[in-house]
Design a protein around this ligand. Structure first.
Ligand code: KG4
Ligand code: ZN
Length: 349
């Protein structure tokens, strides 16, 4: 069981990812992005994303196999994102995964995209300690999760965003600041030349494990409007926004670790690639005596290896594979790593 090679396929948004995992470590990993095709529209266009996935899925799988020095016939299981995400984009990945699983006669696992983000950290570091506190910060989600066994246990939510996500806040404010898509990386780059304390942007919902970014978005927009007719000091705006987001995220995450006596904080998702989110998390954790784990930036943003990593956990947990008529769920709630029950007798009591 332990040496099964799992192919992971990710196509929920604008990145087509394929990754191969065997017993934890990462032998192959390739990503193709349609980001440039969306840039002139200022955001992801679903039809363009779906078409780009259809073009890229085969070459990306080929590249991942070549990188790992493996052949298609070496694959022992296929894991694929079934949600949440863009409907057409998810359909392309699932169709590809079903085709391969069916042709090879190997099991297929449907995976929740966010569970993939959580498992991404295991590709670079050791298996997740039980328990750990996970902060997921992506383009569509912001959640604080006390995680025990990702493959077996239902996922418990300690805090969630009450409105938009941290990544969406970066993307929207970047537009207002006249920065290009994708906004998160543009804000990160612009912020390098700015003063993080120039503008006192709000830190919403103190004392709660939930998050809210709408007040921050409004404050940033008001600040930009206040400069009409004058040059906007974008670097200061970007640095101050990044500071506010990083401050709120890490403060709550570290408070949660302390309150629940959890010794490890794992920060995952596209926003975990942000330089300012990474560093205060490290400083705060060090002074609280908490281990901080963040995947390398290439594994923070969407990729197929993280989906393969969940597949690997499911295989090793003896999970029931998905039926071949499994379908996508564009708004799948984060309740389980896989939307299908584990094999009888393997579920943790
Ligand atoms: O996890 P991800 O790749 O896709 C989703 O599942 O949503 O996250 C994408 C989000 C976008 O909002 C993007 O702006 C943000 O992650 N992001 C960043 C950085 N790199 C990507 N945000 C801040 N700083 C970055 N360096
Ligand atoms: Zn993602």
């Amino acid at each position: 069981m332990g040496s099964t090679i799992v192919l992971g396929i990710e196509s929920s948004c604008d990145e087509t990812g394929a990754g191969l995992v065997r017993d934890g470590p990462l032998p192959g990993h390739a990503v193709a992005s349609s980001m440039d095709e969306h840039a002139r529209y200022g955001g992801v266009v679903p039809e363009i994303a779906a078409r780009a996935h259809a073009h890229s899925v085969h070459p990306v799988i080929r590249r991942a196999l070549d990188e790992a020095g493996l052949r298609l016939s070496d694959i022992g299981a296929v894991a694929v994102t079934t949600g949440p995400g863009l409907s057409g984009a998810l359909q392309v990945g699932l169709a590809g995964a079903k085709g391969i699983a069916c042709a090879l006669g190997v099991p297929l696992y449907g995976v929740h995209h966010l569970a993939g983000h959580v498992a991404a950290d295991t590709l670079e570091h050791a298996p997740l300690p039980d328990p750990c506190m996970v902060l997921i910060v992506s383009g569509g989600h912001t959640s604080l999760l006390p995680v025990r066994d990702l493959a077996r246990d239902p996922i418990v939510h300690l805090g969630d965003t009450l409105d938009g996500a941290a990544g969406e806040c970066f993307d929207k404010v970047a537009r207002v600041f006249g920065l290009p898509y994708p906004g998160g990386t543009a804000i990160d780059r612009a912020a390098r030349a700015g003063d993080p304390h120039a503008i006192p942007f709000p830190r919403p919902l103190p004392g709660s494990y939930d998050f809210s970014f709408s007040g921050l978005k409004t404050a940033a927009a008001r600040w930009a409007e206040g400069h009409v007719g004058r040059e906007l000091p974008v670097a200061d705006g970007a640095a101050s926004l990044q500071e506010a987001v990083a401050d709120v995220l890490t403060r709550k995450a570290v408070a949660a670790c302390r309150a629940y006596g959890v010794g490890t904080l794992v920060v995952v998702g596209g926003v975990a690639a942000n330089s300012r989110v990474r560093s205060p998390a490290e400083e705060r954790c060090r002074s609280a005596g908490i281990e901080r784990r963040v995947p390398p930036p290439r594994l923070c943003t969407d990729n197929g290896a993280m989906i393969a990593a969940v597949g690997d956990l499911l295989v090793r947990a003896g999970a029931e594979p998905a039926p071949l008529d499994v379908s996508i769920d564009p708004s799948a709630p984060l309740e389980h790593a896989a939307p299908h029950p584990l094999a009888a007798g393997t579920v943790a009591a």
